[in-house]
Design a binder for this molecule. Structure first.
Ligand code: ZN
Ligand code: ZN
Length: 276
C-alpha cells in the first residue's frame, strides 16, 4: 500500500500546495480521500486520473475539501468509453452536495450529450453516506469509518484502510476525540490535517484565528499519534503553509510529543506502508 499526499494546502491559495486530497494505492485500487483544489492535476502527477479512481471518500463537506469534486465527476464521465459509475462515500449531506453539483452541471451535460453521438448516458454517481463502521471491502482492501469532531461542522468522518497487514488512518479536520483515537489505534500511518496556533494567532484577522478551535494542532496530532502507538505521523493541510526553511520547526514541535517517524507532507510526498 502507498499513501500519496496529493494536496497539502488549506483554503488559502498557495502556488505550491493544492487543496486537501490524499491518494491510497492498494492492490490495483486507487482510493481518493477528499477532492480539494487541483486534485486532478495532482492525480495526473501521481499516475492516475478520474476514470481510474476506485472510489472517492469525503471526510466532510467544507468547501476546501470538495471544491474539485465536480471536476472529478465530469472528467470521469467524459473520459470513460462506457458507463463508469463513480462511487462517493461521505458523511450525511453528501447526497445533497452531489445532487446539487449535477444540477450545476446540467447545461454542460446537455452540451456534451448533444455533441458526442457515442455518449448517451448522464454522469453516473453512486453516493453512500457513512457515519461509522463498515464502508467497503474489496480486492483485499477493507475500509471503515469513525466519527470525528470538527464542530460546528457535523457530521465528519475519518477512514481506516487496511490491506496486507498494513493500516492507514486518514483523519481529515478534527480535534482529538474518542472516534479519532479508535480510528488511529495501532495504525502504521496516520495522516492528520494540522494547524500551528502560535502562527495563526499572529494573523490580525479574527476569522483566521477562529480556525484554531476546530483543528488538531501539531502538538495534538503528535499526542494522538503517541497515544495510538502509530508508526508514522503524516502532517498535511498545513495551516499556515510553512515558510521555506521553517519545516524543521514543525517536525521538532511534533517530535517533542511523539517518538515515531514524522513526515511534514508536501504535495506528492509518497509513504510506503509496511505489509506483514
Ligand atoms: Zn474543515
Ligand atoms: Zn480543511
Amino acid at each position: 500500500m502507498e499513501v500519496i499526499t496529493l494536496g497539502t494546502g488549506s483554503p488559502l491559495p498557495d502556488p505550491n500546495r493544492a487543496g486537501p486530497a490524499t491518494l491510497i494505492k492498494a492492490e490495483g485500487m486507487h482510493l481518493l480521500f477528499d477532492t480539494g483544489r487541483g486534485v486532478l492535476m495532482r492525480c495526473a502527477s501521481a499516475g492516475t486520473g478520474a476514470a481510474f479512481l476506485s472510489a472517492v471518500f469525503l471526510t466532510h463537506l467544507h468547501s476546501d475539501h470538495i471544491t474539485d469534486l465536480n471536476d472529478v465527476i465530469t472528467s470521469r464521465w467524459v473520459m470513460s468509453p462506457t458507463p463508469n459509475p463513480l462511487r462517493v462515500f461521505g458523511p450525511p449531506g453528501t447526497e445533497k452536495v452531489v445532487r446539487s453539483l449535477l444540477d450545476m452541471l446540467e447545461d454542460d451535460i446537455s452540451y456534451r450529450l448533444e455533441h458526442h453521438a457515442d455518449l448517451t448516458w448522464q454522469p453516473p454517481v453512486e453516493v453512500v453516506e457513512v457515519t461509522s463502521g463498515h464502508v467497503l471491502a474489496e480486492g483485499g482492501v477493507t475500509i471503515t469509518a469513525e466519527p470525528t469532531d470538527h464542530s460546528p461542522v457535523r457530521p465528519t468522518v475519518g477512514y481506516r484502510v487496511e490491506h496486507g497487514g498494513g493500516t492507514v488512518a486518514i483523519a481529515g479536520d478534527t480535534v482529538p476525540c474518542d472516534g479519532l483515537d479508535r480510528l488511529v489505534m495501532g495504525a502504521d500511518v496516520y495522516v492528520q490535517t494540522v494547524l500551528r496556533p502560535s502562527l495563526v494567532e499572529q494573523v490580525p484577522m479574527q476569522r483566521f484565528k477562529d480556525t484554531i478551535d476546530y483543528h488538531s494542532s501539531v502538538v495534538e496530532a503528535a499526542e494522538t499519534a503517541a497515544r495510538a502507538g502509530v508508526g508514522t505521523l503524516v502532517m498535511t493541510h498545513l495551516v499556515p503553509a510553512p515558510f521555506p526553511g521553517t519545516e524543521g520547526e514543525w517536525v521538532a514541535e511534533a517530535a517533542a510529543h511523539f517518538g515515531g517517524e514524522i513526515v511534514l507532507a508536501q504535495d506528492l510526498t509518497s509513504i510506503e506502508v509496511p505489509s506483514s
